[in-house]
Design a protein around this ligand. Structure first.
Ligand SMILES: [Zn+2]
Ligand SMILES: [Zn+2]
Length: 154
């Protein structure tokens, strides 16, 4: 695959469209509670590119910011019409944009996944063939207690 290969994707309603340039810098499947709540599914797929390799073509994106228990600031961008979350940036991962792996046009899953993280909260009925697996994350250092939203107790 050439470095300049363009892949396109977008949201559920079709108003937000984007393209990414080349191969990802990093990719992962994440079973953390944030990804579960963001997607409503059991895991998120994060395909990271340098910011300049992600181009928004159309759509009206809104932002939602939160801080994880590791004190990482995360900004999620989602379509203001249909709510599909398409992109995110993590404060500690400067200059990189995460793209929601399921939002690519078919054949959607053109990329390779490097690793699987936060397996501790994964659904028992999901198993993958990804070799590198982590209970949490290699850089996981919680400094705050988990938000009650994550436990469903507020
Ligand atoms: Zn939309
Ligand atoms: Zn996650």
């Amino acid at each position: 695959m050439s470095k300049k290969e363009i892949h396109k994707g977008g949201c559920l309603c079709g108003k937000a469209r984007y393209e990414t340039n080349g191969n990802p810098e990093r990719s992962g499947v994440c079973h953390c509670r944030y990804c579960q709540l963001r997607t409503g599914s059991s895991f998120g797929i994060s395909i990271y590119f340098k910011d300049e390799d992600v181009k928004v073509i159309s759509g009206d994106l809104r932002e939602y910011k939160y801080e994880t228990e590791s004190a990482r600031d995360v900004t999620v961008r989602f379509c203001s019409d249909c709510g599909s979350s398409l992109f995110w940036q993590v404060g500690s991962f400067k200059g990189m944009t995460g793209v929601a792996g399921g939002s690519y046009d078919p054949p959607s899953f053109w990329y390779k996944i490097d690793r699987e993280v936060f397996c501790r909260s994964g659904a028992p009925f999901v198993s993958t063939n990804i070799k590198e697996k982590h209970k949490t994350h290699p850089d996981y250092k919680p400094v705050n207690t988990e938000n009650n939203v994550l436990k469903g107790s507020n």
